[in-house]
Design a protein around this ligand. Sequence first.
Ligand SMILES: [Zn+2]
Length: 219
Amino acid sequence: MKIKFLLFVFISTFLTVSCISQQTKAEQTKIDIAPENPYKCLGYNLSEKSSYLLPYPVGTDYHLVQGNCTRYSHKGTNRYAYDFGMPIGHEITAARGGLVYFVDMDTPDNTFRGKRRYRRYPNARGNAILIEHDDGTVGVYFHLKQNGALVKKGDTVVQGQPIALSGSSGFTTGPHLHFAVRRSRTDRQSLPVTFRNADPGEDFNLKSGNTYLALNSDK
Ligand SMILES: [Zn+2]
């Protein structure tokens, strides 16, 4: 009788523990597709009037793993950033033309694996290219592949021009491109941005969890 009771306690404890660990796993996967908070996401222009194209070549499509105004990492000055899930080595294109004024490509790929390695390369943005547009705003492209720049500092690039290869450098949970537009070189506040060649089209911002194909756009 006593043995049966002990067995019952053991089994019910085991079931409870495994339920908890499954729940934790589910919560962890949620982090990659963080829900937007629409109340903090305001000020977008209609997509069809946007000056921006998706930051990848026409005919390719990528999954938006994190959109704007999330509780995970797109908050504060980063709140209007987009994370496109993108394997290492895929071509990234200029969302808008401008002057390449900053290129840093020294961080090894996969620095997110293990805190010790990350501490050796403490730059959270990893490899980066920054492009100043004609209105003074700045397009930022982060977590690029080590030595994956296709342009150099001082170059002028046109919209849609290949600028770099995607990577997973800096603070990332996996390979992706972090793209945002900042107010200026010195003001890091991100601005609400839409894309005029995304399919499916959205009137305003792109939504976490959707896959967006880059359409041809002659504007
Ligand atoms: Zn991001």
